[in-house]
Design a binder for this molecule. Structure first.
Ligand code: FES
Length: 91
C-alpha cells in the first residue's frame, strides 16, 4: 500500500450526527450486517456511486457482487445503496 491512501468508513463520521449518506442509508434501510461485510459493502458502494450516481437495482447487485455474505439476503443492502444514491443526488 506504500504510496497509496487507505480509506475506512471510520473516517467518514465521528458520530451518527454526521454520518455519510451511505452510512445513514444503511441504518435507515436496515442494511447493516456484521462488522466484516458492512464496511466493505459501504466502501464498495461509495466508489461505485462515484462512477454511477443513478444505478439500477441490477447494477447495484453487480457492483456489490464481490462482497460475499451468506448470512442473509441482499434486499436491504441494495435498498440502502439505492437510497444513498438518491440522497447523494440531492433527492
Ligand atoms: S453478516 Fe457479514 S458476512 Fe454475513
Amino acid at each position: 500500500m506504500e504510496g497509496h491512501e487507505i480509506e475506512t468508513i471510520d473516517s467518514w463520521a465521528s458520530s451518527e450526527d454526521d454520518f455519510h449518506p451511505i452510512q445513514a442509508a444503511f441504518k435507515a434501510e436496515h442494511g447493516l450486517q456484521c462488522g466484516f461485510c458492512t464496511p466493505a459493502m459501504m466502501l464498495t458502494a461509495k466508489e461505485f456511486l462515484s462512477r454511477n450516481p443513478a444505478p439500477s437495482e441490477e447494477e447495484i447487485r453487480q457492483a456489490l457482487s464481490g462482497n460475499i455474505c451468506r448470512c442473509t439476503g441482499y434486499v436491504f443492502i441494495v435498498a440502502a445503496v439505492k437510497a444513498a444514491a438518491e440522497t447523494m443526488r440531492g433527492g
